[in-house]
Design a protein around this ligand. Structure first.
Ligand code: CO
Length: 214
């Protein structure tokens, strides 16, 4: 009973049923949530429809602050991700930030090739740079499938590092000793998350990236 064809009307109908069911289970559900959100986690994931943050982690509304974009990138000139990061770290005071990539990521695979995708080229160039940084390791893979999987993992690691490079994170690490950063990869084939890397507050970054006077 998956992937039944849905209409736009059916989405709205489902929403009505869902809201009714929530209130039946817990009459204060919406009253409580509309008053305050106190998520402990920030999720930075891929826009891919098959990787829904809440479902795969068993979290309810109010538990995860979510940002998603193509190939889960943390780009230093992207005002969108930086705004999410600033708000989650400084205002919501999240304890953990998760960058979750996924095997079979169309964005990552596209970045491995030379096909032009218009404006998306500029976004995916960030992943081409990750490829160039790790070229010997990637070239040592037996085939393109293994290479694609490795690039998905390297991309996640790089985005975790990109988080650590921000003054937003370094300030929170210095004054509040949080949040912990996590790099995960989700498997579309088995629904399982593989933890790749954890980065604790105060991680020993290359000195060039460490800001003074924060
Ligand atoms: Co993807």
């Amino acid at each position: 009973m998956i992937l039944a064809p849905k209409t736009i009307e059916s989405l709205l109908q489902h929403n009505k049923d869902w809201a009714k069911e929530r209130v039946r289970e817990d009459p204060d559900f919406f009253k409580r949530l509309s008053g305050l959100q106190t998520p402990k986690f920030l999720w930075i994931g891929c826009s891919d429809s098959r990787v829904p943050a809440n479902q795969i982690t068993g979290t309810d509304p109010g538990e995860i602050f979510v940002h998603r974009n193509v190939a889960n990138l943390v780009v230093h000139t992207d005002i969108n991700v930086l705004s999410v990061l600033e708000y989650a770290v400084t205002q919501l005071k999240v304890e953990h930030i998760i960058v979750c990539g996924h095997y079979g990521c169309g964005g990552v695979l596209a970045a491995m090739g030379r096909q032009s995708f218009g404006v998306l080229n500029k976004w995916l160039r960030n992943i081409k740079d990750v490829y160039r940084l790790h070229e010997p390791e990637l070239m040592a893979c037996p085939d393109d499938v293994a290479r694609g999987r490795l690039l998905v993992e390297l991309n996640v690691r790089e985005q975790v590092l990109n988080l650590a490079k921000t003054s937003i994170l370094q300030k929170a690490w210095k004054h509040e000793h949080r949040p912990v950063l996590h790099g995960w990869v989700y498997g579309l084939e088995d629904g399982l998350i593989k933890p790749l890397v954890d980065m604790q507050p105060g991680h020993d970054l290359h000195p060039l990236y460490r800001y003074e006077g924060l």
